[in-house]
Design a binder for this molecule. Sequence first.
Ligand code: NAP
Length: 259
Amino acid sequence: MLTAESKIRDIIPVIGFGTWEIGGDTCVESVKDALNIGYRHIDTAQVYNNEEEVGKGIKQSGTDREDIFLTTKIATNNLHIGRIKPSFEESLQKLQTGYVDLLLIHWPIQSMNLKACLQAMFELKEENKVRHVGVSNFGPELFERSLIYGHIANNQVKFNPYHTAFDTLEVAKKTDSTLTAYSPLGRGRASKDETFSEIGEGHNKTASQIILRWLIQLGNVSVIPKAASEKHRRENFEIFDFELSEEEMKRINDVTKTK
Ligand code: NAP
């Protein structure tokens, strides 16, 4: 049974809070509020320029650091051997923490030496500054190739009804890895979708809640919806008191093929 405390592969909480494009005091308040609602998984990145505010929000919430699963990502301009560790130290300082739970390569770039980048990240793991190493925006082939260098705990990719990642999910499932779905709501588009609203009526849930639930019910997937609005933050967390039937799951899967 899925609950708000469920973790995929006992590592990553299925529901997380995305912070892209939330900055300043709004970010501090949003992170604080998300933790007060019950989220225990926060997603940020060097390039979001809000690690400092995320760190403040965590501190101000009073939540124990060890109860939070915190992800950050190495920006593409830091994806070379001389910059991974120094830029990561800057991230730790901004986040006011001694470690992150998940460190990701934000986006693969041509000039990147994948083996060397991952090696530097695995060294940070050995130094206990990183709990898990992962990647983001890696298609199935590159994802599989990265797995030869060590345990890649997670691949964070765009996954919503309008942009699916079933093939990447298959790689994660067969290789002891996991997937995090970013832009799970299609940046808000899912909330206006009539088919998902209709399925929601039967459960007294909104279209957005249906789509978040669909993603986590696929298995091995965590979701990190972003919500600057308090109402949305609460709504997105309330997806553990109902279940989509096999038929409803299939209906949504079929719908994604036509979007
Ligand atoms: P998203 O979560 O799919 O959608 C966010 C948008 O949906 C916002 O406009 C939000 O409005 C709205 N929304 C949220 N909950 C809603 C609800 N219940 N009903 C109606 N509208 C709702 O898109 P995203 O921000 O692109 O993705 C989420 C997170 O994924 C990001 O914040 C970031 O942490 C991560 N991400 C990672 C990458 C990567 O390259 N790894 C790329 C993109 C995103 P309000 O804000 O007004 O509440």
